[in-house]
Design a protein around this ligand. Structure first.
Ligand code: FE2
Length: 336
């Protein structure tokens, strides 16, 4: 099987107040607005190679409109379409904004995914053009501004089933999974299309609502930049939800906070690279530090909230089974 996908290229999310979200991304995350079309606002990190990596669209609630991957070639895009159709999935072709001929589909657990090969490479305006040929534009002047989009983590009622399907149909490598200490329940898995530990995360969703997202993440180059971002958020009265700390799985340093729509954003840095083509995924227990490498703090229950909200703001109201909820409240039981 040829390699179908190369990397996550953009995420498109809905928000109830587009202007409030856009202002937040520009002021507090350090993204730049590049275009507006059909009510959507297109944003980019300074180091993104293509035109944009985040799309903000109007909606009744915060949600994931689509998550987009660039294929490895034009042929790979057609091959992906064939494989999806063979798997019984309806594929819709469309002309994407600055990504040309693209396909989108809704996966078995309700997640909209876009695949494309064509891209428009970013051409920085003169005053922000980098002096370095490989940089799409100058480094942002905003403290802690991410270099580029890193990954997206969705929520699903069947973590292992989701991982298996995306592995078999689209070639995502399964890198690791977390099974509860207390019960044989998979609560987390990480998939990748490249050498990163993951560009697609999967968390257990106890609700009955399909197609939800837990967060998406941007990459900063250094641990120091992540700490500066955390410092700056605190100085501007923007609460930090979880971190800074280090995940056991992937070994990335992480920081979670929310944008005005309540959607969760993560900043990441560090971690390992994995080039092993026949990697066998290990099964972690939360007590091993799968989410918190240092095993010294509990993940806030709010981290189990995904988007759009299921039936209410708390995990209990979202229908997380009692055994899972109790396990999550254990100080060493964390996923993320
Ligand atoms: Fe993440």
């Amino acid at each position: 099987m040829i390699k179908l996908l190369s990397h996550l290229s953009y995420v498109s999310v809905t928000t109830t107040d587009v202007e409030a979200s856009v202002e937040f991304y520009k002021t507090h995350v350090g993204l730049t607005e590049v275009a507006r079309e059909d009510g959507r606002v297109y944003l980019r990190c300074w180091g993104d190679y293509y035109s944009y990596s985040l799309v903000i669209a109007p909606g009744d609630e915060p949600s994931l409109e689509t998550m987009a991957w660039r294929t490895s070639s034009a042929e790979a895009l057609d091959e992906a379409a064939k494989r999806l159709e063979a798997a019984g999935v309806e594929v819709e072709w469309f002309d994407g904004f600055k990504v040309g001929r693209a396909l989108r589909f809704v996966g078995p657990w309700g997640h909209n995914m876009t695949l494309h090969w064509d891209v428009e490479r970013h051409q920085a305006a003169g005053h922000v053009a980098s002096i370095y040929p490989d940089r799409p534009e100058k480094r942002s002047k905003i403290a802690g501004a991410p270099r580029q989009l890193d990954h997206v983590t969705i929520a699903t009622s069947d973590v292992d089933g989701f991982a298996k399907w995306y592995n078999e149909v689209l070639g995502f490598r399964i890198m690791a999974r977390t099974v509860l200490d207390e019960a044989p329940i998979s609560v987390f898995s990480v998939l990748t299309t490249n050498e990163k530990s993951h560009d697609l995360g999967v968390v257990l969703d106890g609700s009955s609502r399909a197609g939800r997202v837990n967060h998406y993440a941007f990459w900063v180059d250094t641990y120091e930049e992540l700490l500066i971002a955390a410092d700056t958020l605190m100085e501007h009265d923007i609460p930090i939800e979880y971190g800074p700390s280090i995940h056991g799985i992937g070994e990335q340093t992480f920081l979670y906070y929310r944008e005005p729509s309540t959607m969760r954003i993560e900043l990441n840095t560090g971690g390992y690279r994995n080039y092993v083509p026949d990697w066998t995924p290990n099964t972690w227990k939360p007590s091993m530090g799968s989410s918190n490498f240092y095993r010294n703090s509990a993940m806030p229950m709010s981290m189990t909230e995904s988007f759009p909200p299921a039936d209410g703001p708390s995990a209990t109201e979202e229908g997380v089974p009692e055994e899972i909820r109790d396990a999550l409240l254990n100080p060493y039981t964390q996923h993320g």
